[in-house]
Write a protein that binds this ligand. Structure first.
Ligand SMILES: Cc1ncc(COP(=O)(O)O)c(C=O)c1O
Length: 455
């Protein structure tokens, strides 16, 4: 018994049994091919968001799919007591492709940043130097763990969980004077995104990053680049710092590294790596054979398939067309980003959510950030013909916008409201639940609970 192709049931089960921490759109995807996703009704969507910068090779990429399936047949997990060939190989590939000498593997971006924060502190701890503070930028995003919400420069992500982890200072982004002012003898690290993705796709200025690096060298401060979103080819270089000609001491990766298989990584130099000694940090799943096989397949695809060249080529074309549209339509306030991480900001006549929903109804997926920006982060294998499909759809929508309510009012009516979803999901389809009962999957009541000591 599977609920895979019954959207109503999928939605009802989600509502009833999943913690409601996401504002979901009324679609469930069951298949992906190239840059297209297919929903339960067989409808096809052009994916301009790529699982939020994750599915860099698109869907069902032959190299990635075959690496994951053959690894799954051999060995999915082996514990970190033993050497893992796929992990050794991926670490080598990442070091060869970057400034780094050493890699620590984990499972997500937040975990990679936790590792970076811990390493920055322990590096100075072992040197017997009292440096522990970390400066990050206003409007940054570094993850959802207690450490990374404290690092994140947006109170909305940390307020409900106060008191916050101490030792973080936030300063305005792209403001070198504010950064210089915030540095003190206790500053261990400066942690920055080179493009602030989650707050609206805001790139750092070249002079700013160069000045921050100079400051770090002068004051013996570690420089951490959070490349969770910008890494692995997203900006037209393998890593975004290469656009700036400024190498960090620590870099974090996740998202695109596994092409959809969860993996995170923290990369650093031999010198800074002395800050972690055996037992200081770890992860049960980090560096497992399956995730690292996926990572190796992604890196191999980059080596063999001119993906970076494609990113540059498609990006140039897309920026040119978007900038042309900006001169045609006053409602486009700005077009920002680098490579295939792009933010399009609208004025008050258009809401980002309305635009996302209108595009969805036309079979195109983007994300909405804040009130007025949509974000594009498509698979890096996307073609110009495919991005043109997005351009045409956007043009069609903007042509129809004669006021804030016109097109967007109609979208609101077409999509179910939160209340409608709640009402229809308040009793999950009984007949189908009974089927699950028959399959013996729901008889929790009959299970004897045996008290056992926690181990
Ligand atoms: C720059 C940046 N850092 C960290 C994270 C957190 O990554 P994850 O959701 O994999 O924990 C994100 C996620 O969007 C991100 O964009």
């Amino acid at each position: 018994m599977s609920i895979e192709n019954d959207f109503t049931l999928i939605r009802d089960y989600d509502y009833n049994y999943c913690l409601q921490v996401f504002n979901l759109l009324p679609v469930a995807f069951v298949k992906g091919r190239g840059c297209y996703l297919y929903d339960t009704e067989g409808r096809k969507y052009l994916d301009m968001i790529g699982g939020i910068a994750v599915n860099c090779l698109g869907y069902n990429h032959p190299k990635l799919t075959s690496a994951v399936t053959s690894q799954a047949k051999n060995l999915i997990h082996a514990c970190n007591y033993y050497y893992i060939p796929q992990k050794s190989e991926l670490a080598y590939r990442l070091c060869r492709a970057s400034f780094a000498d050493k890699v620590f593997f984990c499972n997500s971006g937040a975990e990679a940043n936790e590792a970076a924060i811990k390493l920055a502190r322990s590096y100075y701890y072992y040197k017997d130097i009292k440096k522990y503070e970390i400066i990050t930028a206003d409007m940054s995003f570094h993850g959802r763990t207690m450490g990374t919400v404290a690092a994140t420069g947006q109170e909305k992500f940390s307020r409900p969980f106060e008191p916050n982890v101490p030792g973080f200072v936030h300063v305005p982004y792209n403001d070198i004077d504010a950064m210089i002012k915030a540095v003190n003898p206790y500053t261990a690290a400066i942690m920055l995104e080179l493009i602030q993705g989650e707050s609206g796709v805001h790139p750092a200025d070249l002079e700013y990053i160069q000045a921050v690096k100079k400051l770090c060298v002068e004051k013996k401060i570690l420089l951490i680049f959070d490349e969770v979103q910008t890494g692995v080819g997203r900006t037209g270089k393998m890593f975004c710092y290469q656009n700036y000609g400024v190498a960090p001491d620590i870099m974090t990766l996740a998202k695109g590294l596994g092409g959809g298989v969860p993996i995170g990584a923290m990369l650093t130099t031999n010198e800074v790596a002395t800050g972690f000694r055996p037992g200081d940090h770890g992860s049960t799943f980090g560096g497992n054979p399956l995730a690292c096989a996926a990572g190796n397949a992604v890196m191999e695809a980059f080596e063999e398939e001119n993906i970076i060249d494609n990113v540059k080529d498609v990006s140039d074309d897309l920026f040119e067309k978007l900038n042309k549209m900006r001169t045609k339509y006053n409602c486009i306030r700005s077009v920002r980003g680098k490579g295939l991480l792009i933010g399009i900001e609208f004025d008050d006549t258009i809401t980002a959510q309305g635009m996302r929903e209108q595009l969805l109804s036309m079979g195109i997926l983007v994300s909405a950030i804040g009130k007025s920006t949509i974000r594009l982060a498509p698979p890096l294998i996307i073609t110009k013909a495919q991005t043109n499909q997005f351009i045409k759809a956007l043009d069609k929508i903007l042509k129809n916008v004669s006021g804030p309510k016109s097109v967007f009012g109609r979208i609101k009516e077409a999509l179910p409201s939160k209340k409608q979803i709640k009402d229809s999901a308040s009793g999950v389809n009984k007949a189908k639940i009974d089927k699950l009962d028959e399959a013996g999957l729901t008889d929790k009541k009959d299970i004897d609970i045996i008290d056992e000591d926690d181990d």
